[in-house]
Design a protein around this ligand. Structure first.
Ligand SMILES: Cc1ncc(COP(=O)(O)O)c(C=O)c1O
Length: 404
């Protein structure tokens, strides 16, 4: 195995030296895979005369649950959900469903998009940031164990880049203390933990269908849970706390009468977005395979180089939402790749470094040594389903040339 890796890297390095970049070859950091199927769905919504939440949204909600149940070997009546306008909305609704109160503490990794922390603050609750593992960049269970207090109400593991966190350990630590686990699965569609598809593991799971995600609807998200009461709360509160799905009050079969039973939000998605989502869902496995192929090429071509590659644990599967390498010259590499026409990104600026969180909650760098180190070295390479083979090759050749 080691021998194959060494030979692959040697061959790749020789090729990199032999063939300078072809002028004009550009690789954006991301491009959503959208085509005729998505266009047809949007056209159908427009022609129907109904463009906000309606039949396509309901169909997406049903098919998305079926997709997870089929993968997870779960009966369809065991999984409940609500499609909403974003993962941020999904996380907000999930925290509302479990009854988060002012002063409650919610533990989440510092290596996440700030939305995971921001929803906690909406309740006057306290975000408690957890350091991460050096290899997976996921929440460290060792660090987590030290953060529980009597005020801890929720833990939010974030499946970074698509790789599931140590869910057995996290669930056990939470269960022991009566704490709820809400997974931020914005990156993890479809990913698996010990044979279980993400969406069927924790108490509630929140997905994102944002434009760059593995299933892109533009803006969209989903709350998924085995708990019927949590799902009911999310469904009611995505539409102003109205006691039933209110969209059909404009149809002949619906009634104009409704009751408001909670102080909910306007967090519905639309039939335009859900139509795109339906087409994306049909193509999800094929798009996932394309990303897996690109990751395998990167793994092979960059093995033995000075870039440290993503580590995937043997007992889990990642959808490869992101491909994050670590190098000692991250900023320089970003610049060099830019000059070569390649877009890259950094995931994430840790939450504890953001001025609002530093100043409001007193987070200090010294508490997050691993996250700081990982942040300084990380660079996310382009990985999207429609990347041409020559674009993939251009990226790894340039990384071989410039990474230190
Ligand atoms: C880890 C993580 N959580 C939550 C979100 C928020 O997702 P959305 O844009 O759907 O609200 C993102 C989006 O990038 C994310 O990366």
């Amino acid at each position: 195995m080691a021998d194959i890796k060494v030979r692959a890297a040697a061959a790749a390095e020789a090729a990199a030296r032999a063939e300078p970049r072809r002028a004009g070859l550009e690789v954006p950091f991301h491009r959503a895979s959208l085509g005729e199927e998505e266009l047809a769905e949007v056209a159908a919504s427009v022609k129907s005369g109904w463009i906000t939440m309606g039949p396509k949204t309901m169909e997406f909600e049903k098919r998305f649950k079926s997709y997870l149940c089929a993968r997870g070997g779960l009966p369809e009546d065991k999984l409940h959900g609500a499609v909403v306008s974003s993962a941020t909305a999904a996380l907000h609704l999930a925290l509302k469903a479990v009854g988060l109160r002012p002063g409650d503490e919610v533990i989440l990794p510092t290596n996440t998009f700030v939305a995971t922390a921001q929803v906690v603050t909406y309740f006057g609750a306290i975000p408690v940031l957890c350091d991460i593992e050096e290899d997976t960049h996921n929440m460290s269970v060792v660090a987590l164990e030290k953060l529980f207090t009597k005020k801890t109400k929720v833990v939010i593991p974030v499946h970074f880049a698509g790789q599931p966190c140590d869910m057995d350990e996290i669930m056990a630590a939470a269960r022991k203390r009566g704490v709820v686990v809400i997974e931020d699965a914005a990156h993890a569609l479809p990913s698996e933990y010990k044979g279980r598809v993400i969406g069927t593991v924790g108490d509630i799971t929140c997905f994102s269908f944002y434009a760059t995600k593995t299933l892109a609807m533009g803006e969209g998200g989903m709350v998924v849970t085995g708990n019927e009461e949590y799902a009911k709360s999310a469904r009611i509160n995505r539409s102003h706390g109205i006691s039933r799905d209110a969209w059909d009050r404009y149809t002949l079969k619906g009634s104009w009468y409704y009751e408001v039973v909670d102080n909910g939000y306007k967090y519905n998605t639309t039939d335009i977005n859900a139509g795109i989502g339906l087409a994306q869902l049909r193509r999800l496995d094929a798009m996932n395979e394309a990303r897996a192929r690109i990751a395998a090429v990167y793994d092979h071509a960059l093995a033995g180089s000075s870039a440290r590659l993503p580590v995937v644990r043997a007992d889990r599967k990642t959808c490869r939402h992101l491909y994050v390498i670590k190098v000692s010259n991250r900023d320089e590499l970003h610049e060099k790749l830019k000059q070569e026409g390649i877009g890259t990104s950094v995931h994430f600026i840790p939450v504890h470094k953001q001025p609002y969180y530093r100043d409001t909650y007193g987070f200090r760098d010294a508490s997050y040594p691993t996250a700081n180190r990982v942040y300084e070295q990380s660079l996310s390479l382009p990985i999207f389903p429609d990347m041409a083979a020559e674009q993939v090759e251009h990226v790894w050749r340039c990384v071989l040339r410039h990474a230190r």
